[in-house]
Design a protein around this ligand. Structure first.
Ligand SMILES: [Zn+2]
Length: 288
């Protein structure tokens, strides 16, 4: 599935809201053969004004959406199209899924997608199956190019064609065993993980900031360093000037503690302060 959306500030949504304006989907059987397609244009209600960004990217104009379905109607049609059989939803990165959940919450006051049984992030799966995986998130177009998949007759950044491209990439890389290993049931835990927002901890006394995170040793003599002044928090990190009690070397330490869904991620960095070379003596000559 692929979505296009239009972002706007919304009073009703209490902030920035990404309103879905187009849904495209391609249905594959369990051997990745195409067995159907779905497309809906959605008449926006939160913002009728389509941003230039969206029009430039997708070519969708406000007039085109006037005859679109309501989000509610489009979801009824989608539910019927999916049917009752076992299914797995795939999107290229879970951003589209997050936006869909956000729209469901806004229009239906529901936090779960009733028709979603299982989910696979097609982007993560396909990238794990590709060589030259540099860890950078790969765009759909780049994946097509890398795999020699033709996008002939397809328009990028239109929902149905993007879903078709995703299907082609998936079909090329599909392998039953590795695919089945990444299928996630859309249960309570799944939604918690999806909607969890990682955050950086800014309070040095927070119980998740273990004292060991703030402890450093001298590069030269391995003695435990002493802080010269209290830790300060700025730029999403704790900072402190430190000194080695044995050899007197000066350091600056930086520690970031981030709460992620899976646990705590800690980044630590220690830089030795190189003493500045003494300023050359300036000889002041008399003015007159
Ligand atoms: Zn030392």
């Amino acid at each position: 599935m692929d979505l296009e959306w239009n972002g706007s500030w919304s009073k009703a949504a209490h902030g920035y809201f990404n309103e879905i304006i187009e849904i495209g989907a391609t249905m594959l059987d369990d051997r990745m053969r195409k067995i159907g397609g779905f497309h809906a244009m959605i008449r926006p209600v939160v913002s009728k004004k389509i941003t230039h960004l969206v029009t430039d990217l997708t070519g969708i104009e406000a007039e085109e959406l006037e005859n679109g379905d309501s989000f509610q109607r489009a979801m009824e049609e989608l539910t019927q199209w999916i049917g009752n059989g076992p299914s797995v939803l795939l999107t290229w990165s879970n951003t589209d899924l997050s936006v869909l959940v956000e729209n469901y919450r806004f229009f239906f006051k529901k936090t779960h997608l009733p028709w979603m049984q299982n989910y696979v992030d097609a982007q993560a799966y396909c990238q794990s199956r590709m060589e030259n995986n540099d860890g950078q998130q790969m765009g759909l177009k780049r994946a097509c190019e890398a795999l020699g998949i033709s996008d002939e007759g397809l328009t990028a950044h239109r929902a149905q064609d993007d879903s078709e491209m995703t299907a082609r990439v998936l079909a090329k890389l599909f392998d039953r065993k590795s695919f089945e290993a990444v299928i996630r049931p859309a249960d309570e835990e799944f939604y918690k993980r999806l909607t969890f927002k990682p955050y950086v901890i800014g309070d040095i006394h927070h119980p998740l900031v273990k004292s060991g995170y703030l402890s450093f040793r001298c590069n030269a003599c391995h003695r435990r360093l002493r802080t010269k002044k209290d830790w300060r928090f700025f730029n999403q990190s704790f900072f402190a000037d430190m000194v080695c009690p044995a050899c007197g070397k000066d350091y600056s330490a930086r520690v970031q503690v981030k709460k992620k869904y899976e646990g705590v991620a800690v980044k630590r960095k220690l830089n030795e302060k190189v003493p500045k070379p003494a300023e050359p003596e300036t000889i002041t000559k008399g003015e007159n």
